[in-house]
Design a protein around this ligand. Sequence first.
Ligand code: ADP
Ligand code: ADP
Ligand code: ZN
Length: 223
Amino acid sequence: MLAESLFIVFLGAPGAGKGTQAKLLEKELGLLQISTGDIFRKNLQEESELGLLAKSYMDKGELVPDGVTVAMVKERLSHADCAKGALLDGFPRTVAQAEALADLLADLGKRVALTLYLKVPDEILLQRLSGRWICRNCGAVYHTLFSPPKVAGVCDLCGGELYQRPDDKVETAQNRLRVYFEQTAPVIEYYDRLGLLREIDGTQSIEEVHHALLTAIGEVDCQ
Ligand code: ADP
Ligand code: ADP
Ligand code: ZN
C-alpha cells in the first residue's frame, strides 16, 4: 500500500543520472519530477526576472543563491499536484536547502521519505555530460553513446529538437563538479545521519539503475 505522501530526493553529481531516472519513475509512481534546473531553464527561456538572475549563476556553473531557490521550490510544492509527494531532482543542493526543505514540508505535515544517492565516479561524469542531449520540447534526456535517439537530433518521444546545454561544455561542467563536491556532497551526510539515505551504483545500465531504485522505493512503501 502506498504511503500517504512520498517525497523522494535524488542526490548525485551532475551527470549521475538523476533526471533520466526521475523521468522513468514519474509515470510508474504517479509522482511529478520537480527539477530545479528545469524550472530555472524554463524561466530563462521566458526571460523572466528569476530566469535572468539564475542565468548569471548557471553560466558559470555556480549555484543560484539558497533564498531564491528555496522560495521557488516552496511555491512549486504548494500546488495540488504535489499533495501526494514528488521526485525532487537537483534540490536540495546545500545543507541549508535540505534544512529549509524539512521545514517547509513539516509546515505541510509532510516529510522526506527517502533519499536516493546515485554514486558515479568522477571520470565517468564528464563523459556523460559532454555527450548529453536534451529535448527542447519534453525534456527527455539522451546520450550520443549511451542512450542515443533513433534519429540524430530528434526526440524519440515527441519529435522535438534535441540540444546540448551550454553549461555542459567542459570548463563549466568541471566547475559544476567542483561546486558539487564543496557544497552538495555534505547533503549526502546530512540525509545519512537521518537514516534516509540509500546508495545506488549509478554506473550500471539505465535499466539496472531503474530496477535498483524501484526496489529501494518499494522497501520504504512497505514500512
Ligand atoms: P543528471 O540529471 O544527474 O545530471 P542525466 O540524467 O541528465 O544526469 O544524465 C546525464 C547523461 O548521462 C545523459 O546524457 C544520460 O543519457 C546519460 N546517462 C544517464 N544514466 C546513464 C547510465 N546509467 N549509463 C550511461 N549513461 C547514462
Ligand atoms: P545537472 O542535472 O547537470 O546536475 P541541473 O539542471 O540540476 O544540472 O542544474 C543546472 C544549474 O541550475 C546548476 O548548475 C545551478 O546553477 C542551477 N541549480 C539547479 N538546482 C539548483 C539548486 N537546488 N540550488 C542552486 N542552484 C541550482
Ligand atoms: Zn521530446
